[in-house]
Each structure stands twice: as C-alpha cells, then as structure tokens.
Design a protein around this ligand. Sequence first.
Ligand code: PEP
Ligand code: MG
Length: 737
Amino acid sequence: MKNVILELTRIVQNVALVESLTEQVTVIVNSISEVIDADVCSLYRLKANQSMQLVASHGLQCSSDLTIPAGKGLVGLVAKTRHPINIANAHKHPDYFYAPQAHEEQLKGFCGVPLVRAGEVTGVLVVQSHRAKVLGKEKEAFLVTLASQLALLLTNLPNQQKPTTTNLRVAGVKGAPGLAIGTVRFVTMAALKNVPDAPCDNIEESIDEWRDLLTRVKMDISAEQQALSGELAANVSSIFDAYQMLLSDPSLNEKVEMEIRAGHWLPGALKIAIHFFSELFRAMDDPYLKARHEDILQLGDKLFHAWSGHEKGVEALSINEPVVLVGSQVSISQIASIPLEKLAGIVCFEGSSLSHTAVVANALGVPAVMGVGNVKELNNGEQAIVDGNEGAVILKASDAIVREYQTFIGQQRQVASQLTELRDKPAQTTDGQRIRLLTNTGLLADITPGLKNGAEGIGLYRTELTFMVSDSFPSEQEQIEAYQRVFEAYGDKPIYMRTLDIGGDKQLPYFPIENEENPALGWRGIRFSLDNVQLLMTQVRAMLRAAEGAENLHIMLPMVSAIEQLDSFRALLTDACQQLRGEGHQVIQPKVGMMVEVPAAISQLPLWKDRIDFVSIGSNDLSQYLLATDRNNAHVAGLFDHLHPAVLHEVKRTVDAARDCQLPLSLCGEMGSDPAAVVLLIGMGVRTLSMSAAKLPHIKSLIRGISCQQAEQLLAEAMTMTSSRQIRQWVNSAIAG
Ligand code: PEP
Ligand code: MG
C-alpha cells in the first residue's frame, strides 16, 4: 500500500468533487476498495432500533435493501465490542450472519472497523475479500484512520426511509420561537451569484449608472422603512439602517468602481464586490458576524434586482390566509411586503439562528425555522406547520396533528399576552425583592428590542461590532456616532459599555491575530487594548464624547487578570478626560468596572476594590476558563455548563466578595438568562442581571413567581450537589411545581 496520508488526501479530494452526501459515500467505498485492493467495501449505519443498514457498497450486489438485525453478524459484533475485527474465514466465525440478498457466499476475508462519533458507535466500515486472508496491519490502520473521518459524514447522511405521505417532519435550526400554521408562499429572487460576467462597454457610463443605482436603492430602502408602521418599524428599523450603512460604506462603493474600471460590466463588478465582502464575514469565527454575510448577499440581490428593474419580493397577490414565507433566504423587504397579521411563519432553506431574517422574525414574534435545506416536499400553496421552538417544519400534516398544533398555538397566545402585560411591571420576587433587568447589546439590530421588552438599561454593550463591520479601525467620529445612537435610545438609563474585546474567537478582518497556540489564553480583551493604547485612547475619547453631559456611562473592562491593567486604564481615562476638557468638552468622569471572567480575579477582588466602581460576572468566559472547556468547540460542548458545581461555587465566591467589598455586582453572561441559574443567582444575592432582549420577558415572569427565601433554599441544596445535570433537574422541577 502506498503512503497512507497521500491516499487519504486523494480520497478527500475525490469526495470534494461530488456534491451530495450519498454520492460522497459511494466515492469513498469505491476508493477504499481500490486503494487496499479489496473485493468488497461496504458502509453500514446504525439505525435507531440498533439494526445495521447498508448505505453504500462497492462489490455487494444486493437484490433489495440490506439491513442486518440488531446485534447480529460480525458487523453487529464490531459495533458491540467497539473494536476492529480482522479475520481470514468469516464464514466459520460463530457470529457469521448470512444475508441471502447480499450474495456473499464467496467472501471469506473480513475486516470491520467501528465508526464512532461523540463516544457512540454510529456505523461500521467493512472490507471483504474472496481469498481467506487477514488484512495487513497497515491496511487495517488505514481503515481505522478513515473511519474516524467517515463517522461525521455518516451522521449527516439523509435517512433513506421510504417517503412518508403524512406528517413529514423536516428538521432545521431554530430561528424564532413559536408555532404557526399557514399556507406556503415561495419567495424567489434571481440571485446575483448566478449573473455571468461580461466586459464593460463604457466605463464612465457604468460608474454613473452604479452611483445612480446606489442612490435609488437607498431611497427604496428609506421608503420601505417608512412604509412600515408602528411596532414593525421600531423593531426592523435598525436592520434597514444596517443596509443603509453598508450602502453608504465607501469600501463597497470603491470596490464596485474598481471592478468596473478593471473591465467588468456593472452586475459582474457588483457580484465580485458582494462576494468579497460576504466572504470576509463568512470567514469570521464569531457566529453572529459570520451570519452577517447573508445580509450582504441579500443586499447584493436587492441591488441587482433594482438594476434589472424588477424588484419586488412577494407578488402583490391578495392575501387572505396566514402565510408561511419560504425561500432560500427571505429578505426583510419580502417580510415587510406581507401584512404582519397574515405572516404566520418563515422557513429558509439556508441561514442560521443568527441570520438577520431570524433576528427580524424574533423581533416581530413570527416563528421561524432556518437552514432546512432544499426540501422537495415543500410545495407552494400547501399547508405547513412551523415549529420555531423545535426548529422543525411539519408538512402534509394529518388532521389530528393539525388539531394538536392548533391547541398548542392557542395556549401559546395566552402565554404571550401574559408576557406582554409584564413589560411595565417590575421584576420583583413574591417577597418584594426588586431585581434589575438589563439587556446585552452592541449589535445593530439589537438596540430597540431590549427597550421594547422592558430593559432597564444596557448591562453589556459589546463595542466589538463597530470595529468588526468596518474595514479599518473606526475613527473617533465614527465611534461617537455609533455610541450616540445607544445614548439616544436609552436616555438616562444606565449603560455599561465594554472596551474592545477582540482576540480569541473574535477577530478583526483588518487586524488578524495569528500564530497563537491558545488564542483564548492569548492577546485578547484588555491585554490587546493596553498594548494598542492609541486604539484604546480613541475608543475611550469616543465613549466620553458620545456621553457628553450624561451621567449614565459606565466603562467596563474585559478579561482583567492583573491589578496593573486597572491602574493603566485609570491613568488613561484621567488623561482622556483632561484632554477632552482642554478641548472644551463637558466630560463627566464615568464609573469604571471590570468583568470577572478570568478566575484569577475572584480571589483578588478585595485587593482591587479601590480601583473599581463595580463588577460584572462574564459567566461565559468564566465557565470556559474554570472548566478548561472551549465555549465554541462542539466536541466538548457537553462539558460546558454554567451550572457545573465548580462554576456555581466560584460565582458565589465572587458575589460574596463583591458584597463584602460593597462593590455593585451584575451578571451579563448567558447564565443570566437560564431560568435554573437565575433562581440560584437570586439565592446568592445577585440583584442585577443582563441578558439578550428576547429572554427578558420570560426571566421577568420567572422572577415574579419565586421568593428570595425559596431561591436561597434551592441554592443551599444545589451547593451540596455534584453534577450540573442533577442541579438543573432539581431546580427546574422545583420551579415547575
Ligand atoms: C462573558 O464572557 O460571559 C461575556 C458576557 O462576554 P462575551 O460573551 O462577549 O465574551
Ligand atoms: Mg467574555
């Protein structure tokens, strides 16, 4: 056998040439038989009933579907022992199972290796030969190596179940919660990505045409924005603003002009520019920013439509029944073109839960499911049930299922109206303790939903976004404008602005931090900012100027791990205030605090207390560092839990230390929106929580249903427990009953 790595690379390359997963597994079994010179190579998948289903084979001539019953045969034995079986005379083995439809009488040599994913066997890869021989050690090792790659592919392989005629459930990703039943209405757009390139006839004319187009589309977007009324306008406005911002961004303008000057006709130049910017976002690690590439693609399609003269999402059909909008991507204009009371749900073939379509659907309270793939059973005019709670769509539902969902929907409406009534009610426990609920924001589309859901201020403003949507470090003036929008929206409510927190999983396209072996432990947060003090000075000046005359600015430092960082920042802040006062600005010295994210900070709080005015627990990073578990790594996702007893103990230690030092404390990680965690935090004495806007009403409703005394009792019990699962079950069952 030739070089294993080379062979593996070759197989991977061949696989990449075919698109469907079914074709990919066929390429794999064919390639394996060729590389190791086997007569037969087959791939079996473990089904829910523990039987093994043949999904691809080179060499087996099956007259019908081949499924080996649960625990039977050598294939079953490989799965059971989780160990390769490599023997010369399979037919003499006591576990040999003869499947007549496989016509394998002649096969003697057998080598089977298990496919394992996340600790569970998912299938078996088998090679067989006519000759009675044991497969060579090198070849067996090759199969084992390949099997670890194959396991992933197998998980994603579509189920080859017989098509169901009723209650077809299509799984996607949760976009926006809720349930809805409606009639499918497809929305299509000729995508810019399909436009062919062509030479430009007249460069100057094309550039004029481009500038014209930009002005026209900006006006269209303003008109659409204005046409939206009431609640819809307030929620979606910031997304339209984001489009306007992209359109006004000189880099887009310049890139299109540059491509026209390079000889491309306008649609071709636009296609190149849109591709360039959307890829910049797609390459980002931060999932929110990654999802922004779709907005850029949608904007590209919008520009192209306007250029080709037929912009309109949903045809102006008379809409008398609830509609489920379905498309590859459903644009904001398409959503806006349906009367809100008729918009039952949204289903997108592409996209993630962080797509703007999902953000808008959340803001509007319209259930949405994203990323369902190309579902051929979705037909225009047919009924669909959108289950945004589970991230699924049910097609061809039977009457009984429709009735069931109608009942759920009725119950859901009742709960929703109760939650809306809570908006202006205080978050107060049954024994009268007020809990301050703030919102996390920093994302363009996120500013207003917090207010709408009754946030009492911003507990975490992530400034990174202003930096990430730019193509170079934003100037002081650009930052002032971005921050001013926040002060305008929130008036004199408290605003906690965090200084730039890049590095780790948040990268700037124009300042990549590379070659770090452990980015999460590397040049990030306040470490990066203090080393790039010119950027920090500009940012602090911008914050102070945006808040000129206001007393509600709080500056929060991320990733603090040493007292010197606090001292350096204080010195810089004093300098910034002096500079600005010297320039005639009315600067009010803001309060300065730090996030408790690095575990080292916990024991040091009493020693640092004179340097800070408040602390905020960043439970996401704190859990990551306490548990040594990357918060973005799917392989260890099961280990990442802020209800881990060790995390609870450290959070409690922080709360106690802050109380002893009389430092105001809040919590702004995801823990603050997890109901079980919220109960325990209240039990610890946490009185300020900051969370994403969508979670606010539920958390408020939870708080209004418990007492501090009950929370303290639950905490006392939870602190004696040894596993997060046990703690979660205990608290959840206590609050449910
Ligand atoms: C945290 O770490 O808990 C936090 C709120 O910060 P971020 O999620 O932005 O890292
Ligand atoms: Mg953090």
